[in-house]
Design a protein around this ligand. Sequence first.
Ligand SMILES: O=C(O)CCC(=O)C(=O)O
Ligand SMILES: [Fe+2]
Length: 207
Amino acid sequence: MDLFDQIETVDPTKNWLPYDGTVHYYGKLLGRQKADIFLKELLAHIEWRSDEAVIYGKKITTKRKVAWYGDKAFSYTYSNTTKYALPWTEALITLKQLIEENTGHSFNSCLLNLYHSGEEGMAWHSDAEKDLKKNGAIASLSLGAERKFAFKHKKTGEKVALLLEHGSLLMMAGTTQTHWLHRLPPTKKVRLPRVNLTFRTIVEGQV
Ligand SMILES: O=C(O)CCC(=O)C(=O)O
Ligand SMILES: [Fe+2]
């Protein structure tokens, strides 16, 4: 697939996955000017922290920064560490409402990632932690540097890739997290920062 074909031909009804899940790309939900303003605002005012993970009993710290916000101080566990959501900022509520209006889904939390340059990425994973609503939709808003985003089927290994533009929205729904991994590959070609927001639904006390 030619990644650069997609810009003129954004069809929000297209499912980018061939089977076992649903991924819709809405293209640029925010125009250039608004996207620039939100990027600046989030870079300046989100409480960015290094991400911590415990892998084989060792605590590691990522260069990539993260932050987590929500309706209340949900606790959320992944990579053997527990985090607590901060209360929504005005900018995040505005973005959350915009996404809810455009997708018909609602969300109660948001995980933000800051990649300072193309050298920072995120490894293959799926977002199916037990705190998340099972098969709940995840809305991913991208600001800043355009980056490639890839999916890989857990059994067949089939891959799908697309380019996430400044101000764009990607929706992952249905059984996507059960059957597909996704990642943000690192690249030497990108020198500018990117902020990604994934709006999610946390379910407390779910077994
Ligand atoms: O940065 C991205 O586009 C994806 C981030 C992601 O997969 C996650 O936060 O779980
Ligand atoms: Fe993810």
